[in-house]
Design a protein around this ligand. Structure first.
Ligand code: IPE
Ligand code: IPE
Ligand code: MG
Ligand code: MG
Length: 294
């Protein structure tokens, strides 16, 4: 039995070191921009997306270093999405990763710009990191752009905001969750598989694994928003209800939402059987996604 906690801690250490090496220094001009970029990136965070990318690459037989730049590109892009998600015009949150949000510390304009800079930096890193055969050299950038752009995170965020105050429907929450959250988690898994030069049938199975755990991840986020505490979660609780957000918890209730997340994880695990490698750590990661407390 794998010790998931120590596995996660070791992978987090690898991600921190790579981020430390590649992030611009704090004293680069304009200082406030680089301070704000580093403040949010190094505020903590589970590093789930880069860990998925590294772990999939490793499970398929690639050395994890091959997936390191895609992994940290995923993390800085994710961090941008959090900075913008917390802005007054969006979720208007003042706590993130256990610290005051970027706009509280640096002001709204600098928070927007730090987010823009992190989004751009992700693609700068990928431009210097060609994907291996049989993939296009530009495949990583394509994956990240598709997951984060107008058919990915941004689409989900637009519908998430538009749904505030409306009676949620199953179609509405499914669309929002698949786009705002599952798309990037799926891309994290795919980019790890691509780094290992995975054959198409494995990539397909892993894409479904990513879809299922991605949706389960956001359902768990909805549940924690109602059941956790700011101390444990590092961000506000009860805010989804307060803003009348379209969530699985609002639509189905906490208990059913939890069961749905567990069912999705089991579907994800079935997909892993199509990959003839030892994927036991990916089974553990999938289960962690719904059992986590923050
Ligand atoms: C929070 O993501 C935003 C969602 C997409 C639900 P995480 O829960 O992965 O946040 P960090 O990176 O650990 O702070
Ligand atoms: C976050 O969704 C999704 C993105 C940042 C793209 P939420 O708004 O539900 O996540 P939290 O709860 O603020 O982390
Ligand atoms: Mg939001
Ligand atoms: Mg939010």
């Amino acid at each position: 039995m794998l010790h998931l906690e120590s596995f996660l801690a070791e992978k987090q250490r690898v991600v921190e070191l790579a981020l430390e090496k590649h992030m611009p220094p704090v004293d680069e001009r304009p200082r406030v921009l680089h301070e704000a970029m580093r403040y949010s990136v190094f505020a903590g965070g589970k590093r789930l997306r880069p860990i998925l990318c590294l772990t999939v690459a490793e499970a398929l037989g690639a050395s994890p270093e091959k997936a390191l730049l895609p992994a940290i590109a995923l993390e800085v892009l994710h961090t941008y999405s959090l900075i913008h998600d917390d802005l007054p015009a969006m979720d208007d949150d003042s706590l993130r990763r256990g610290k005051p949000t970027s706009h509280i510390v640096f002001g709204e304009a600098n928070a927007i710009l730090a987010g823009d800079a992190l989004l751009t930096l992700a693609f700068e890193w990928l431009a210097g990191c060609p994907a291996p055969e049989p993939y296009l050299p530009t495949q990583y950038a394509l994956e990240l752009a598709q997951a984060s752009g107008h058919r990915g995170i941004i689409a989900g965020q637009v519908e998430d905001l538009a749904a505030e105050g409306q009676t949620p429907t199953a179609d509405m929450v499914d669309y929002i969750h698949r786009h705002k959250t599952a798309a990037l988690i799926r891309a994290s898994v795919r980019m790890g598989a691509i780094a290992a030069g995975a054959p198409p049938s494995w990539l397909d199975a892993l894409s479904l694994y990513g879809d299922y755990i991605g949706l389960a991840f956001q359902i768990a986020d909805d549940v924690l928003n109602e059941t956790s505490s700011p101390e444990t979660l590092g961000k506000a609780v009860g805010s989804d209800q307060a803003r009348n957000k379209a969530t699985y918890a609002a639509l189905h209730g906490i208990e059913k939402a939890k069961r749905m997340a567990v069912d999705l994880v089991e579907k994800a695990v079935v997909e892993l059987k199509k990959v003839s490698r030892d994927t036991s750590v990916l089974v553990e990661l999938a289960r962690y996604i719904v059992s986590r407390d923050h």
